[in-house]
Design a protein around this ligand. Structure first.
Ligand code: C6P
Length: 405
């Protein structure tokens, strides 16, 4: 069991008010709030250790470099990668997936090849593949979503059987439906069909134990800011042989071994993919966030969020006109809903005036909205610091808004 009241004290923002009401923050799938230790880490870096990394021989540069590489080790251990060489720091999931789509397609994809994504992907796991499909001539195909918000695994098997699939790139947890996809099975089926598998773990790393070796994922991407870390930092994990075979995504400082005007050779992993001055302050603070999550315990966090989500769903389903989009048996702490014909932005705006932060709109998953014949939803998403009484406030707020219409 989590000591939620104790945890809440670690997050300064949770004690503020909005429109004179206590803040109820249910927009955690968009970004999580930050514990004091993460905020302190950023201040500490700039106050005490700031210097460019991997470049200077002076004391501060060495110290900043050591802390950056220690942060990489923390990430490695958190996702159980074999080596820190496989942990590439990026700006976030979006940049990780753009890097992957460009470099993987450059190395491995051409006309006649197929990349499979699913119908519940975030735009950042669709658009980079479309952009590179145009460039490299491969085809993008889509695993359909069933009415209950799970993936159609029979259709997936059939798509694999059609042949030509080189890579399957699927979200571990949907940011709209909360569905936890059977990702180990998805990876295994891809491998059995001779394809590689990439996992968009943006919505799973903050909420579930993610072990890249147990999943046997070839690639995995996540964002720091969704796991209590700072914005502007994220991770791409990849299997070493694949990363070695892939060309760099960007050119510049740090990613090179030797530059002449005739020919440039590239640095070793992971630096080959980290052109320019990296966000070492962000990486160090991300490590602090992961340490915080580990200290609380990811399994305890998952259990708390699942319990809260079930409690919320039970209460919300008692509201007349309530429609929850997606009803997967395995789900994380995300609930997308509509009430009668109340426009999601009206619901979101009125809840906001009650101090309740939710997200409204298409959640960067337009194809999924089209699949369900809707243009948007209201979404409440939970984190380790949320409570039952906040859920009660949400339910009372929705009820109040419903009665206004
Ligand atoms: N989803 C949401 O409110 P970035 O923006 O790069 O940190 O993460 C992109 C991303 C990729 N995949 C999934 C499954 C995601 O949920 C997100 C971000 C946020 O749902 C912002 S749109």
């Amino acid at each position: 069991m989590l000591d939620v009241e104790k945890i809440r004290k670690d997050f300064p923002i949770l004690s503020r008010t909005v429109y004179g009401k206590p803040l109820v923050y249910f927009d955690n799938a968009a970004t999580t709030q930050k514990p004091q230790c993460v905020i302190d880490s950023i201040t500490e870096s700039y106050c005490n250790v700031n210097a460019n990394v991997h470049r200077g021989i002076h004391f501060l540069s060495q110290q900043a470099t050591d802390q950056l590489e220690a942060a990489r080790e923390t990430v490695r251990a958190f996702i159980n990668a074999e080596s820190t060489a496989q942990v590439i720091f990026t700006r976030g999931t979006t940049e990780s997936l753009n890097l992957l789509a460009y470099s993987f397609s450059e190395a491995f994809l051409s006309k006649g090849d197929v990349v499979l994504v699913s119908g519940m992907e975030h735009h950042s796991n669709i658009v980079p593949w479309q952009m590179n499909a145009e460039r490299r001539g491969f085809t993008l195909k889509v695993i359909p979503v069933l009415d209950n918000g799970t993936l159609d695994m029979e259709a997936y098997a059939a798509l694999l059987a059609e042949g030509g699939v080189k890579l399957v790139s699927v979200a571990h947890v949907s940011n709209v439906l909360g569905t936890i996809n059977p990702i180990a099975q998805i990876v295994r089926m891809a491998h059995d069909a001779g394809a590689y598998a990439s996992v968009d773990a943006a919505q799973s790393v903050p909420h579930l134990k993610v072990d890249v070796q147990a999943l046997d994922a070839d690639f995995l991407a996540f964002s720091g800011h969704k796991v209590y870390g700072p914005t502007g930092i994220g991770v791409l994990y990849g299997k070493r042989a694949l990363l070695d075979a892939m060309p760099p995504y960007q050119g510049g400082g740090e990613m090179i071994s030797k530059v002449t005007f005739e020919k440039t050779t590239y640095n070793e992993l992971p630096y080959k993919f980290e052109a320019g001055t990296p966000d070492y302050v962000g990486s160090i603070a991300l490590a602090r966030a992961l340490d915080y999550v580990s200290a609380v315990g990811i399994d305890a966090i998952a259990a708390h969020e699942t319990e809260l989500c079930q409690y919320a769903m039970e209460k919300m389903l008692q509201i007349p006109g309530m429609r929850i989009i997606g009803n997967a048996p395995e789900r994380g702490g995300v609930i997308s809903f509509l009430v009668g014909d109340i426009h999601p932005s009206d619901m979101g705006t009125l809840l906001d005036h009650l101090g309740i932060a939710v997200r409204t709109g298409h959640h960067c998953a337009d194809p999924l909205m089209q699949r369900f014949g809707i243009f948007g939803t209201v979404r409440a998403s939970f984190a380790m610091y949320n409570t039952r009484s906040e859920v009660d406030a949400l339910v009372a707020g929705i009820e109040r808004v419903r009665k206004m219409f």
